[in-house]
Design a protein around this ligand. Structure first.
Ligand SMILES: Cc1cc2nc3c(=O)[nH]c(=O)nc-3n(C[C@H](O)[C@H](O)[C@H](O)COP(=O)(O)O)c2cc1C
Length: 363
């Protein structure tokens, strides 16, 4: 491993990935304010460590929706891993298996649901809801029969955010890649054929249901026995509605700053949502996590676990399966170091007492 931190890894990955694909991965919506704030907001949070707490071997084990995890790090669903490595999501799933990490496979993967499951990793499936309900149901059935352990429903993308880099680059999938789970349904999904504007934007418009409401979540719950987690919650009132909808968990997310620009950074949204959820269901968060201490802060402010997006793709581009394992081990090791330095023996005991309160903090 020839990097010391994730920012160095990003620079290495940039050399490995075709420039328009790198832009697709890196970009946020519009002025990329939320993209940057996700990272910057963590830096502003100050820790208040405790001393002499005798914790030589911090415990990071957690249990989420009945699933044991050896540390609170999950691979976020990100599309098109084939842009970073030819083994695509198969490599990511193998890295997940080898590090005992849960992976969330994107609907827009370059590897099929069935193939990624061959890894025997603990897999969850991220579902976009299609206008054509038959396609949605077929994806659910495939995830169920391939032993996926949860469905993650992304609710922050009724339309695709405006990503100016992709528009400028006329981003489209290279011809050798396809949306593997959808090839039988649509020639249209051959994004490589589209050259106008961002072809992904067109795909969202044509194929995905942009009129979703809480009724659709009820409908989905009636269609599967798998636990459902809602990904993309930022408003405390939506957290209330998620509890009423009896979902199994929620993910505080702004899609890595790729949807609504100037939306609140996720770590700033977390405390208000944690207050509403009040430990009734698992509360996860993603966006801008680049250090083990960021994970510590998220958990202290009420999250049960975090999801990691871009750094996983950087690892994949840098060194395939081993590159992803490096990223996960890096974050896990830094988390343990932070726990020792802050005086925390068990991740499940972390509270906001180790966070310095500021006047404008919504805790
Ligand atoms: C290249 C890329 C593709 C993504 N594709 C999806 C997707 O298909 N489905 C989804 O729910 N979220 C998707 N996301 C959002 C991630 O799941 C996650 O919310 C975000 O990356 C977290 O922020 P981070 O990259 O700063 O860790 C994508 C993000 C990136 C960077």
């Amino acid at each position: 491993m020839n990097w010391l931190n994730l920012s160095e890894l990003e620079n290495l990955a940039k050399k490995q990935i075709e420039p328009t694909a790198f832009d697709y991965i890196a970009s946020g919506a519009n002025d990329e304010i939320t993209l940057n704030n996700n990272v910057e907001a963590y830096k502003k949070i100050q820790l208040l460590p405790r001393r002499l707490s005798s914790n030589a071997n911090p415990i990071t084990k957690i249990n989420i929706i009945g699933q044991d995890m050896s540390y609170p790090i999950i691979i976020a669903p990100t599309a098109f891993h084939g842009l970073a490595n030819k083994k695509a999501e198969n490599a990511t799933a193998q890295a997940a298996q080898q590090t005992d990490t849960t992976m969330v496979l994107s609907t827009l993967s370059n590897t099929t649901i069935e193939d990624a499951a061959q890894s025997n990793a603990n897999m969850w499936f991220q579902l976009y809801i299609f206008k054509d309900k038959k396609i949605t149901l077929e994806l659910i059935k495939k995830a169920e029969s391939s032993n996926y352990k949860a469905l993650v429903i992304t609710i922050d993308a009724p339309i695709l955010g405006k990503r100016e880099r992709d528009i400028r680059n006329e981003f489209h999938l290279p011809n050798h890649l396809s949306i593997a789970n959808l090839t039988e349904h649509m020639q249209e999904a051959e994004l490589g054929q589209r050259k106008s504007a961002s072809s992904l934007e067109q795909f969202f418009k044509e194929q995905l249901d942009n009129s979703l409401s809480w009724k659709d979540i009820d409908w989905l719950s009636s269609q599967t026995k798998l636990p459902i987690l809602l990904k993309g919650i930022l408003h405390p009132d939506d957290a209330k509605l998620a509890l009423q909808a009896k979902v199994s968990g929620i993910i505080v997310s702004n899609h890595g700053g790729r949807q609504l620009d100037t939306a609140i950074s996720t770590i700033e949204a977390l405390p208000g949502i944690a207050k509403i959820i009040n430990k009734e269901i698992p509360l996860l968060i993603d966006g801008g996590i680049r250090r083990g201490s960021d994970i510590l802060k998220a958990i202290a402010l009420g999250a049960d676990a975090v999801l990691i997006g871009r750094p996983i793709i950087w690892g994949l581009a840098d060194d395939g399966i081993n590159g992803i394992k490096d990223v996960i081990n890096f974050l896990r090791d830094e988390l343990k170091q932070s726990m020792q330095l802050v005086g925390c023996k068990n991740i499940n005991d972390l509270t906001a007492e180790i966070i310095r309160k500021t006047t404008n903090q919504d805790t």
